[in-house]
Design a protein around this ligand. Structure first.
Ligand code: PEP
Ligand code: MG
Length: 579
């Protein structure tokens, strides 16, 4: 019933059970998007400064004698932009500083600067040359897709900064507000979001962007509510008060001020309750559910150890080697894996074998060019043509287990058939390891009971399961509503997998982003999922949500959700069942 994106608050009260929303204002509108960071904020909108206009295509040709000076003007502008970004990087910390430094480096990137110089020497103005050179590279990146395409926003941001510098205009980007504000934009460039002060920018909302976009990453780091892919957000002008609910994925335009303030206060109390949760994971009536962390290296594991996470449900090993040209030796791999095992000594650690390919290509995995890398030789499929890569990794994992006195579980990504699971399990067992597989391909979910004949556990990767079930690229911001893990088609496959695990008496975890959503986590437990693994920052929220509901309520929510036909209805059904 809540499938439409623009409804009056009173209608949302009636149909969507969003019972905390304002009731007194008939002008308020609720815009729906994809929730990214939970929490509620209420403040006026600010918008990034206008981008400089594109230079006219029929610009007059620069005289040959003036071209060297024009090249110097272009290079000076790029250098000034890079200097300013580096200066901001020096005063920022963490991811913000890295993002600003990376954008500064992009402003000095030889590929586009060289092309722009050539264009000026052929008669273009500096403005035309910058636009043309960056458009050419951005097009190539967009065609390459996946991670490459994500750099397009960064490059266009650099272009606009250089064009503004050339025109003597103020730097485009986010203004520093006088009062706490909600930053709304079509999309936010990394350099816009890096260095934001969370005391002044209290929430983010964008028209584009997906749950893994830069906007989302920065919002998570700042801990401010964030909703992306918000339909209708472009029509909300600066200065209008809005309430952003990052848990529900809504932006309420001009809500009743009193009830908005009350909702913000309730959300603060929630945040306090979450901070008090210390584990272990269990429902209010004591049903145990392991709440685990997703990590990508030893440093992340040590950080996760500071949270109440009971172990590691997903160690993405490929992330350790993204910059490597050659395969790390067994000894080096064993040392790296050992760091994570040591951080969680005595706890459960699930190590995933290399999920190379698609958005995470590894130079040493020998990927061939493919038209559709997400549907190509990725994950466990790499080992079909290169079995040594997998066996050396299993050897390293076994060695790390021995060196640390631990018993790591190991799982393969992108399993599609029971035969693949059987082959992987036999190999893992030959190294004394406990084998499992990820359920990310719909065929694997449908045949989970056969796969369970060979392995000791399953772990559902809802990010890829949503991508493949909905036939929608998980990196596409335009398709973010399709790759929402609340899509009932995706949840039906999760339920089927959990049921197969219960019938076989074997554990079934969820380690995709779905496990980081406290409301959905309760539904997953109601479906029979036995563990939840999420980003370390999401662990307390998930644990606290489970602690507040009984298993019976979770089961009722799961039953209600599987009856629905849309992601919005699934959320509403869960809210109604869980209260
Ligand atoms: C998933 O697909 O849900 C998953 C956890 O794997 P990754 O996000 O690393 O592809
Ligand atoms: Mg995956």
């Amino acid at each position: 019933m809540c499938g439409f994106t623009l409804v009056s608050v009173d209608l949302s009260m009636l149909f969507c059970n969003l019972d905390h929303m304002s009731t007194s204002s008939t002008t308020a509108q609720v815009l729906s998007g994809v929730p990214v960071v939970a929490g509620v904020a209420y403040a006026p909108v600010i918008r990034p400064g206008a981008r400089p206009p594109a230079p006219p295509a029929d610009d007059t040709e620069i005289n040959e004698a003036d071209r060297p000076a024009e090249v110097a003007r272009m290079k000076d502008a790029a250098a000034a932009v890079a200097d300013r970004l580096r200066e901001r990087a020096a005063h920022a910390t963490g991811v913000a500083s890295e993002v600003l430094a990376t954008t500064a480096a992009l402003a000095q990137d030889r590929a586009w600067l060289g092309d722009a110089e050539k264009r000026i020497r052929a008669g273009n103005s500096a403005e035309q040359a910058v636009s043309g050179a960056i458009a050419k590279i951005a097009d190539a990146l967009a065609r390459a897709g996946d991670l490459m395409a994500e750099r397009v926003t960064d490059l266009r941001d650099v272009r606009d900064r250089v064009l503004a510098q050339l025109a003597g205009l103020p730097e485009p980007g986010v203004p520093v507000p006088d009062v706490p504000s909600v930053l709304c934009a079509e999309d936010l460039a990394p350099a816009d979001t890096a260095g934001l002060d969370p005391a002044l920018v209290v929430a983010l909302a964008t028209t584009l962007g997906g749950p893994t976009s830069h906007t989302a990453i920065i919002a998570r780091q700042l801990g401010i509510p964030c909703v992306v892919a918000v339909d209708g957000l472009d029509a909300v002008p600066a200065g209008v008060p809005v309430m952003v609910d990052g848990g529900r994925g809504t932006v309420t335009v001009s809500p009743d001020a009193t009830s908005a303030a009350r909702t913000v206060e309730e959300s603060r109390r929630d945040a306090h309750r979450i901070a008090q949760w210390t584990g272990p994971g269990r429902t209010a009536d004591g049903h145990p559910v392991a709440v685990l962390a997703n990590v990508q290296d030893g440093a992340a594991a040590r950080t996760a150890r500071q949270t109440p996470a009971e172990g590691v449900g997903l160690f993405r090993t490929e992330m350790c080697f993204l910059n490597r040209d050659t395969e790390p030796s067994v000894d080096e791999q064993a040392r790296i894996y050992g760091e994570v095992l040591t951080a969680f000594q005595g706890a459960k650690v699930v190590i995933r074998t290399l999920d190379a390919g698609s958005d995470k290509p590894l130079k040493f995995a020998g990927h061939r060019d493919e038209a559709n890398p997400a549907l190509g030789v990725r994950g466990v499929r790499i080992s079909f043509g290169n079995p040594g890569l997998l066996s050396r990794q299993l050897e390293a994992i076994a060695a790390a287990g021995q060196a640390t006195g631990t018993d790591p579980w190991v799982m393969a990504p992108m399993i599609a058939t029971a035969d693949e699971a059987k082959t992987f399990a036999a190999q893992a067992r030959s190294y004394g390891l406990t084998p499992g597989v990820m359920i990310e391909v719909p065929a694997a979910a449908l045949l989970a009971r056969h796969i369970l004949e060979h392995v000791d556990f399953l772990s559902i990767g809802t990010n890829d399961l949503a991508q493949y079930t909905m036939a929608a690229d998980r990196m596409s911001s335009e398709l973010a509503t399709l790759t929402d893990p609340w899509q009932p088609g995706v949840l039906a496959l999760v339920e089927m997998t959990a049921r197969a695990g219960a019938a076989a008496g074997k554990p079934v975890g969820v380690c995709g982003e779905a496990a980081a959503d406290p409301l959905l986590a309760c539904v997953l437990v109601g479906m029979g999922v036995t563990s939840l693994s999420a980003a370390a920052t999401a662990v307390p929220g998930v644990g606290a949500a489970l602690a507040a509901v009984t298993l019976e309520r979770c089961r009722a929510a799961a039953q209600a959700v599987v009856q629905t036909a849309s992601a919005a209805d699934a959320r509403s059904a869960a809210l109604a069942a869980l209260g």
